[in-house]
Design a protein around this ligand. Sequence first.
Ligand code: UT7
Length: 371
Amino acid sequence: MSPYAHITGWGMCVPQRVVTNEDLSKQVDTSDEWIRERTGIRERHIAGAEESTATLATEAALNALRVANLSPDEVDLIVVSTSSPEHIFPATACLVQDRIGATKAGAFDLLAACSGFIYALNMASQAIRSGSVKNVLVIGSDTLSRLTDWEDRNTCVLFGDGAGAFVLQAGEELGGVVSAVMRSDGSGGDSLSVPAGGSRLPASAETVLNRQHYIHMNGREVYRFATRVMVQATKEAVGKADLTLDDIQLVIPHQANQRILEAALRGLDIPPERCISNVERYGNTSTASIPIAACEAIQQGRLQSGDWIVFVGFGAGLTWGAAVVKWTGPFLPHREIYPASYRAWIKLRSSLLRWLRRVEGWIWGRKFPEI
Ligand code: UT7
């Protein structure tokens, strides 16, 4: 029988700096009242100069590994879901691999915008269920503040930065990710996009002048789409798991807007007590919002062993999806495997590898070594 993909570790990381609605109202023509009424957001965390998608992802990953009691060299695969990677390439997942010292892991990025964490969770779970890997780190990390036009009040009030991570491990008993649906509709791509900076419109003075490297959004269109697909995807994933909505103890949705969330709950006839909402304190952290909300739900003791939960999200693409998870546990006691000395060793290891590569270059010059 194929193994199940259990969630055995979880961690999150948000930037230090908090930007309130009041702060934003000094920058653009908006108000705390408007933002709270239309979105439910009060404040968000915004990355500082030393923080980035990879630094947040790395911290979230280390926290998740600590909870799972798993050493980085036991990780087989790292999937980073992000729409704000550090570079076009190398993949942010490779930077994380190096920074946590996951010496035996494959690593790649996945881009499905705010639905990305559900896609990544499902892909990682399928890899475990096929028997090809045992331990996977799934990370959702975004710093959309770096793609935000801070002069555009339609978008700059919505987003925040952050990262969340899960460790998935193979296990025989029924549990973990039990069903998932992933959907897309590229005809709605222009509803939410960053038009320039890719191969279609490479960076030029003109694209910068036209502010095409920033997020462009048709808010109302995305709003209508979101309320529709959140309900559809939840019902589909729950049906696929041979369950009904009454079996679900907790819904952990993508945190984009409190109104979207409430509309989805009404459509599903699920009371607010059975749903996690923290959009007020983080804004829309894109692909990180579901794992961050899950971490907080666990901290608050809202997840018990044996509970059935649903993750559901939507985003640019357009993409959407949902996953049904049987929460298992209790888990092994946490262990402190990342004291300062461990971090120092990982840094040293990375520097040594770089240095070795340079020495190799000096030795071989323009020739290739014989293998
Ligand atoms: O992960 C997916 C990411 N995207 C989303 O989730 C976005 C989904 N959409 C939404 O959440 C909502 O559509 C928004 C919060 C973006 C906007 O709320 P809305 O109730 O749909 O407002 P609206 O776009 O219909 O705009 C209403 C008015 C407009 O003024 P006029 O044309 O009526 O004079 C806007 O210009 O509000 C104005 N407005 C603002 N006013 C103050 C737009 N943004 C702001 C603002 N402060 N920040």
